[in-house]
Design a binder for this molecule. Structure first.
Ligand code: ADP
Length: 540
């Protein structure tokens, strides 16, 4: 599945999940809304019913209050009406009681004789045949007793004693005509209507449409961002990686242009850092391989030269040995002949020529023997500068003869080297002689001695001569190789130098001098302790 398809799938899945979540939340919200509506409807309904009942109660209480007030007012009026009549004889009061407009619905006189209550005499309405209830009877007895009026409900019991007799004989029973006060019906608030659930249809459609549009926008934005910030830079990375794999120049990935600090930018930076490290590593490796190849080549060359020198040395030694005996006999004979009396001038010249020639051969033989001789000198630690100081006096006259300038650059912090100072001095002497030979009149020779990278010591002898041509350089360390005129060079100087340096575990080479522009012979000796331990190992 492509990344785009995955994102589309992700957006659709997210939309579906959101839609389901929204539906669940919506349904739950609707249910809670409904419940709340129901509860608040019930509460309002109850409050309404309570209000109706309270209003009813208050109206009833008010009606009762008004009735009581009306009763009291009428009672006062009746008592005021009664007061002047209470002194009237019974017949007159009976007349008044009979009056249909006296405002009382019932009137009666209750008589007591000898402590006994007689049935009440009713005057109004005529048809009333009143019998007292037991409560009324007890109220009447109380009034006879206390001689005070009593008012129960709307009935007034009043003592009547026109004749002022000791014992009270009459109680008037007057039922007042008090109209009933009916409380008005309270305004009934009709019950509340059942709440209707809200119609969420339109809202749901709007919500889902918004959601769909939002997700579509998210998808489009995502695709845009993906293309701009991920796919395009990745495409660049891929393209550049392919370009790099194909080995095209310029190890950099273009990636995303503008907008620092995003992930892709970091990735691209990491790629580029990796490539530049790779490049550095590659060139470092190339350098190392080149230097190793150079070392191996030099070592091979050195080995070949050493083998050649060894073979030539053996041959030369044999030859020198065979030549030396007859040579010394011949030299002896020539010297003796020279001393003989009576030789003519011509014969003497010949003998001198023979002696000179034989002396040269003897000198050469000495050098050949010196070259092929096994050197068994005791090795020791010595200062590199000491070896140079030893060689210098032996060549000074040659330098002075040609007015050559000697430049010395000898470092003071040199480590000791191990071997034979006299032999290293001989090497330096050979190099200085060759340099002096190569230099023009008033030329210069430069000697440097400095610590080497590997902890040993590097010697160099550079001159202001013509330098060494390539074809000469290839054979320069071969024994008997010389370009000097016959009789001037033996071609053994550098061969001996090579053998000595080789025996010291060092290397020697010739190169073009950078300072004086002539030949530059460079040899390197290892640090004393390394070579010492090597020797000890070989001895062990
Ligand atoms: P010889 O000095 O007897 O010739 P060497 O072995 O010392 O023998 O030198 C071999 C040859 O190397 C020389 O003949 C010369 O051609 C060349 N050579 C040595 N040193 C130098 C130098 N400093 N400049 C130019 N050529 C040199």
């Amino acid at each position: 599945m492509s990344l785009r398809a995955k994102i589309a799938f992700g957006v659709i899945a997210a939309t579906a999940i959101l839609a389901v979540a929204l539906t669940v939340i919506g349904l739950e919200a609707q249910k809670q809304l409904k419940d709340q509506q129901r509860v608040s409807h019930e509460r309002s309904q109850k409050a309404l019913e309570d209000l109706n009942a309270n209003t009813r109660r208050q109206l009833d209480a008010q009606a009762e209050q008004y009735h009581l007030m009306a009763t009291r007012s009428i009672e006062k009026l009746v008592l005021a009406w009664l007061k002047p009549r209470l002194n009237l004889p019974a017949s007159e009061i009976r007349f008044d009681l009979r009056d249909p407009d006296n405002g009382m619905s019932e009137t009666a006189i209750i008589e007591r004789r000898n402590g006994q209550l007689l049935p009440p005499q009713v005057f109004k309405p005529k048809e009333s045949r009143m019998t007292l209830t037991s409560e009324e009877e007890s109220v009447v007895r109380e009034v006879f007793q206390s001689k005070q009026h009593r008012f129960t409900g709307d009935v007034l019991y009043h003592p009547y004693n026109p004749n002022n007799l000791e014992e009270l004989q009459y109680v008037l029973r007057l039922k007042l005509d008090i109209p009933p006060i009916v409380a008005p019906d309270p305004v009934q608030i009709p019950p509340l209507e059942e709440p209707q659930p809200a119609d969420l249809g339109a809202f749901v459609v709007a919500a889902f449409t918004t959601l769909a549009l939002a997700m579509l926008a998210v998808f489009v934005l995502l695709m845009f961002a993906l293309r701009k910030f991920v796919l395009a830079p990745l495409g660049n990375v891929l393209e550049d990686s392919e370009r790099i794999v194909r080995g095209t120049e310029g190890l950099t990935v273009r990636g995303f242009k503008g907008g620092k600090g995003n992930d892709i930018e970091t990735l691209v930076a990491a790629f580029n850092a990796m490539f530049s490290e790779l490049k550095a590593y590659q060139s470092d490796l190339e350098g190392k391989v080149k230097s190793a190849t150079r070392t191996i080549k030099a070592q091979q060359q050195s080995l070949v030269i050493a083998q050649r020198l060894a073979a030539t040395g053996t041959l030369a030694a044999g030859l020198a040995h065979e030549v030396n005996n007859p040579l010394s006999g011949m030299l002896n004979a020539a010297r003796r002949l020279k001393k003989k009396e009576g030789l003519d001038e011509r014969a003497r010249d010949y003998i001198e020529l023979i002696e000179e020639g034989l002396s040269r051969i003897e000198n050469l033989m000495k050098q050949i023997l010196d070259f092929s001789r096994r050197r068994d000198m005791k090795p020791e630690r010595f200062s590199p500068e000491d070896a140079f100081r030893r060689a210098l006096p032996l060549v000074r006259h040659r330098l002075e003869r040609k007015h050559l300038r000697l430049e010395e650059d000898i470092r003071k912090d040199l480590p000791d080297v191990y071997g034979n100072a006299e032999e290293i001095g001989q090497v330096l002497m050979n190099l200085l002689i060759n340099a002096a030979d190569a230099c023009p009149e008033e030329g210069a020779i430069r000697v440097t001695i400095s610590p080497s990278d590997s902890g040993g010591v590097v010697f160099s002898v550079e001159d202001s001569g013509e330098g060494v041509p390539l074809e000469v350089a290839e054979r320069i360390f071969d024994p008997f190789f010389t370009t000097k005129e016959p009789g001037k060079g033996t071609g053994l100087g550098l061969a001996i130098a090579h053998t000595i340096i080789d025996n010291h575990g060092g290397t020697i080479r010739v190169e073009q001098g950078a300072t004086l522009q002539g030949a530059k012979f460079v040899f390197e000796l290892p640090r004393a302790d390394i070579h010492e331990s090597k020797r000890l190992k070989e001895a062990g």
